[in-house]
Design a protein around this ligand. Structure first.
Ligand code: SF4
Length: 395
């Protein structure tokens, strides 16, 4: 086993290095959903609400109640506070939640603990308090460093504030920092994207997530596009932007380990890799989805419903048995740049899981979309953005 990397974090937290490779035995992930935001961004269709500050305490109590009732047969290898804007709750409430996870579910020594942070809601003291509580990683919603792009997206923080937030997090020794970016919006010029990438690289963040903007139904942005007031996104432009990210981040020493995620070597996100390795994860909080031993479940979406249901002891809104875990695992695993370990895959999902697809794999290899060697199967780098097509052919 690789020894944990000693980190100078104030609380003494250590962090296992993660190289972003498919994990044959992924650790348990714990996802905690915080469904509150100060303001809804124009493109957002996440399960999050503004103006519900009065519910924060009741929600935290409800969340802790569900943590207390969660399975505790194995400790978490990663914990992720997502949203919404988790940092809107304040560091004390987040610390209470994390402590409950530690006490009732258990957290591995050296586990990655991530909190998503909105630049407007944090400062150096806040990050210090998170580190003291055992948080090892923050994911900061930068999105863009071009003011007109931020305005179009409906983000309310200035670009400079995002850069300050990154520097504040870095001033707390041992906190890893991810910069969350969006590319390919209708307002973005090529130079905007280049400068955004260069801006986060100049700060030497540990990790960059860069997602192409998608126009989701029922968002204000979708209405603007439908009524012709804003141009739709262009897949070719987005493909070009992805190539620029690959070029700038690659030149700066970042490794792309998944379609939309780059990291310094050894700094890939354990929690993300758990998802892409088709690992088990507990989904806790309003609208959160979880997966345990082939059963997928999801919770009530509305915070008030979730709070009331937690009182009664049942927050699930539905569940299903995943019939074809091998197909799902292939689809997820092929998002990773190094693909899947075929022998380990067959051990986990049955000896037929690869061999019964031999003809399709052969055909995709002939078309230059898939590559395999004795151990691994992966999507050809030139076909990265065709990964969904490759996955569909395989399942
Ligand atoms: S901050 Fe994030 S979660 Fe909140 S509205 Fe904006 S995009 Fe959605």
């Amino acid at each position: 086993m690789t020894p944990p990397v000693a980190s100078p974090i104030a609380s003494g937290v250590t962090r296992m290095p993660c190289d972003g490779q498919w994990a044959a035995e992924p650790g348990l992930g714990v996802y905690l959903h915080i469904p509150f935001c100060k303001h809804r961004c124009h493109y957002c269709d996440f399960n999050t609400y503004e103006g519900l500050d009065a519910l924060h305490d009741a929600y935290v109590d409800a969340l802790i109640r569900t943590i207390e009732a969660a399975p505790s047969d194995r400790p978490a290898g990663s914990v992720f506070f997502g949203g919404g804007t988790p940092t809107l709750l304040g560091s004390d409430r987040l610390s209470r939640i994390l402590e409950a996870v530690r006490t009732h579910i258990g957290v591995d020594e050296g586990a990655e603990v991530t909190v998503e942070a909105n630049p407007e809601t944090v400062d150096a003291r806040y990050f210090h308090a998170l580190a003291q509580a055992g948080v090892s990683r923050v994911s900061i919603g930068v999105q863009s460093l071009a003011p007109h792009v931020l305005a179009g997206l409906g983000r309310t923080h200035p670009a400079a504030r995002a850069l300050e937030a990154i520097a504040e997090a870095q001033s707390v020794g041992g906190l890893e920092v991810n910069a969350d970016l969006i590319y390919g919006s209708p307002w973005e010029r090529p130079q905007d994207w280049g400068r955004t990438l260069e801006g986060v690289v100049a700060l030497d963040v540990d990790h960059v997530s860069a997602y192409a903007l998608t126009i989701e139904e029922s968002t204000p942005l979708a209405t603007l596009v439908r009524t012709g007031r804003v141009a739709d996104v262009d897949p070719d432009t987005q493909a070009d932007r992805h190539a620029v990210a690959e070029e700038i981040l690659g030149a700066a020493g970042y490794v792309r380990y998944e379609v939309s995620n780059w990291s310094r070597p050894g700094r890939a996100s354990t929690h993300n890799v758990c998802y892409w390795s088709a690992g088990d994860y507990l989904g806790l909080g309003a609208g959160a989805h979880g997966h345990l031993d082939g059963r997928r479940y999801w919770n009530l979406r509305l915070p008030r419903d979730f709070i009331a249901a937690a009182e009664a002891g049942d927050v699930e809104a539905g569940s299903e048995i995943v019939d074809d875990r091998a197909s799902e695992a292939l689809m997820l695993g092929l998002r990773l740049s190094t693909g899947i370990d075929m022998r380990a895959f067959e051990r986990r999902f049955g000896s037929e899981s690869i061999s019964q697809r031999a003809d399709v794999i052969e055909e995709l290899m002939t078309r230059g979309l898939l590559i395999r060697d004795d151990e691994r199967l992966w999507v050809a780098p030139e076909a990265t953005l065709l990964g969904d097509e490759v996955a569909r052919a395989l399942i």
